[in-house]
Design a protein around this ligand. Structure first.
Ligand SMILES: [Zn+2]
Ligand SMILES: [Zn+2]
Length: 344
């Protein structure tokens, strides 16, 4: 069948054109794509950097998406035509050292739908059935498309090991930071401080469960922590911005004994000079977090149950032939989450 798709050509260029979609193989399905979010990773790819795996244009990007099943392969039993689903984009080899040791996200041969296989910025997509997770038919397709970033956040929250009663600081009030605020709330944080320079995002953060929303440009981080928490820092700090300065702020916002999760995708080679004596004195645990192994089902469960709000996060919508404009908008401070509606 024919489908219209937005192909990334490399070098900040896209071309919308028709392409041929093969019939689904025995274990594959065809989705009518409904909504696809722009990820920070897409912004990196746009500028020629790798995503979670390497990109070989031309390819249809878009790995945060939802759709309706319109065809199923002969051996697909768990899914039916008409089902509403969200896509887990990451395909693990299953045989490498990491896959065999319970760390599939570190797979040496990972592929991803919407990164090196055609993904969500098209009217239709061909997807292995096992990558599709059904959602309630009453769940909005825009909310369903948020399940992939939410699944990534769940992996980061698992690594943060928040215990009920802890103080948590989230650095950055973009789409990831605002999901993290909600997950920290669900994890039992006593106090949540959101650090974000843009007022509109601070307001939304407060409405989604942050107890305090601070502007990190107004005072040193330790002072802001003392003023809000009555402590020189938080027990858990999660960095969700993707610039070196935010990593520096995460270390400044950490109390003694804290765990820091550097969650964001930084540019290759990005670095900052850590005060090693301070790190020593604070006895810090520093972790990073990569993609979303086995967390997608929990993300769907949280969205189905209404425990996580996504509507306040989606600020801009673009049609299929404006993926480039959508990516540009995702970089602007007046947006939070930008989505592409592939049927528009
Ligand atoms: Zn993503
Ligand atoms: Zn592997």
């Amino acid at each position: 069948m024919e489908a219209r798709g937005s192909f990334f050509l490399g070098n900040r260029q896209f071309e919308t054109k028709n392409f041929d979609l093969p019939n689904p193989g025995a274990h594959e399905v065809i989705l009518e794509n409904q909504c696809c979010g722009i990820c920070g990773t897409d912004v990196h790819i746009y500028f020629g950097q790798p995503g979670a795996s390497d990109v070989n244009p031309p390819v249809v990007l878009g790995h945060e998406y939802s759709g309706r099943i319109v065809a199923v392969g002969d051996d697909v039993t768990a899914l039916q035509v008409g089902d509403h689903v969200t896509v887990d984009p990451n395909l693990y080899c299953g045989t490498c050292h990491y896959c065999r040791n319970g760390a599939k996200q570190l797979c040496s041969a990972m592929e991803a739908i919407g990164v090196n296989r055609n993904g969500g910025f098209a009217q239709y997509s061909l997807v292995p059935a096992g990558q599709c997770l059904p959602v309630l038919p009453t769940l909005d397709f825009e909310a369903a498309a948020m399940s992939e970033p939410l699944a990534c956040c769940l992996h980061g929250i698992d690594r943060a090991e928040i215990r009920p009663g802890m103080n948590v600081c989230i650095i950055g009030g973009g789409p990831i930071g605002l999901l993290m605020v909600q997950l920290a709330r669900l994890s039992g944080a006593a106090n949540i401080v959101l650090s974000e320079p843009v007022e509109m995002r601070r307001k939304i953060g407060l409405s989604l469960g942050a107890d305090y929303a601070i502007d990190p440009t107004t005072a040193p981080m330790e002072q802001l922590m003392l003023r809000t928490l009555g402590r020189p820092g938080a027990d858990v700090v999660i960095e969700c911005v993707g610039i070196p300065k935010a990593a520096a702020q995460a270390f400044e916002a950490a109390d003694k004994g804290a765990t820091i999760v550097l969650f964001s995708v930084q540019a290759p080679g990005a670095a900052y000079a850590m005060d090693l004596f301070q790190a020593f004195r604070k006895e810090l645990t520093v972790k990073t977090s990569f993609v979303n192994p086995d967390t997608h089902q929990r993300a769907v469960a949280l969205l189905n149950s209404g425990r996580i709000q996504t509507a306040p996060l989606i600020t801009h919508r673009f049609p299929l032939d404006q993926v480039e404009q959508a990516i540009e908008k995702q970089m602007q401070p007046d947006s939070i989450k930008v989505v592409v509606l592939p049927w528009a």
